[in-house]
Design a protein. Structure first.
Length: 318
């Protein structure tokens, strides 16, 4: 493995290049995270609209490639796939012919279970590490929270509720994946309504999740045409954890005796703290570098993302 890795970004839109700039304080694009990492050099961009690739290269450096072949013959070590959801499968399948050292893809892995299963199988057979950007899993704060929940710091899990919009797969799968990370495996017990606020291929669905311990977690779809929301509340026997403002903040409450009413117990907010989620892309690229240079484990593999997709698309009624 070379001392300096090279990275290619496929898709020069928002998450690929345009959500931030080189002078931004936060890391919200692949381009910024790559440019700031001393172990990686940005090779350039590909986009179906060449003007977008040129615009991104003007901002971040690197070349604007006309075709995937033109870019891949330069043998990038890391390939970041930031194309629209319905192009994930085709793009990821085209990449394997060039066998890069590692591929990072946006979520969802694919729009259909059979496509995602094929991708996981092909990448595994060719021994190409496949990372998926379920961004909150890469954040140390959420990893710490997962450990605290598993150690029963807040008591035994009882129930929860989540709110999201912009498609069950595009955005809701983030919420499903986060619940899987923090609480454990879940299944959709019932879907009871849906709305089209993102894509005809990806409705936002209101549903009831069921844990292995038979605890219910409603996820409620909120029309993103009115406003964006991504929130999760998890209730335990000893307190509550709330994920707020898209995961930017975590609020922790504990059960306390009421000072006015004897025998009454309620929740008292104990702390609200930042998760550093605005820098999530930095942690994604760091994990990729650690995987290639230090043989560290991928935090969210293609196989893990396949389980999240299966959870989103499979209803298992009682």
């Amino acid at each position: 493995m070379p001392k300096k890795l090279t990275a290619l970004v496929i898709g020069a839109g928002n998450i690929g290049a345009m959500y931030d700039s080189p002078i931004s304080n936060n890391f919200q694009t692949y381009s910024h995270a790559i440019s700031a990492n001393k172990s990686v050099e940005l090779l350039g961009f590909i986009d179906t609209v060449i003007v977008k690739a040129k615009r991104a290269s003007n901002v971040w450096g690197g070349r604007a490639f006309k075709t995937l072949h033109d870019a891949m013959i330069e043998k990038p070590n890391i390939v970041c796939v930031a194309v629209p959801d319905d192009q994930h499968f085709q793009t990821l399948m085209e990449i394997v012919a060039y066998q890069p050292d590692l591929v990072i893809a946006e979520k969802p892995l694919a729009l259909y279970i059979d496509q995602a299963t094929q991708l996981v199988k092909v990448y595994s057979q060719l021994k190409i590490p496949l990372m998926i950007n379920y961004s909150r899993r890469y954040l140390p704060i959420f990893q710490k929270l997962q450990k605290e929940i598993s150690e029963k710091r807040f008591g035994v899990f009882q129930t929860g509720v989540g709110y999201y919009g912009k498609g069950l797969l595009h955005n809701g799968s983030h919420l499903v994946d986060l619940i899987r990370m923090l609480i454990g495996e879940i299944r959709i017990q019932h879907k009871f309504s849906e709305l089209l606020d993102w894509s005809k291929l990806d409705a936002s669905v209101s549903l009831i999740l069921n844990t292995l311990e038979d605890k219910k977690i409603p996820l409620l779809a909120v029309d993103a045409k009115n406003f964006s929301i991504f929130e999760l509340a998890l209730l335990f026997t000893g307190g509550r954890v709330r994920i707020l403002q898209g995961g930017l903040y975590i609020e922790e409450s504990v059960v306390k005796n009421d000072q006015l009413i004897e025998g009454f117990r309620g929740l008292k907010v104990e702390s609200i703290y930042s998760t550093n989620a605005s820098n999530c892309m930095k942690y994604v690229i760091e994990n990729a570098v650690d995987c290639l240079k230090n043989n560290k484990k991928i935090i969210v593999s293609g196989k893990e993302a396949l389980i999240t997709l299966q959870t989103c698309l499979t209803v298992e009624p009682l």
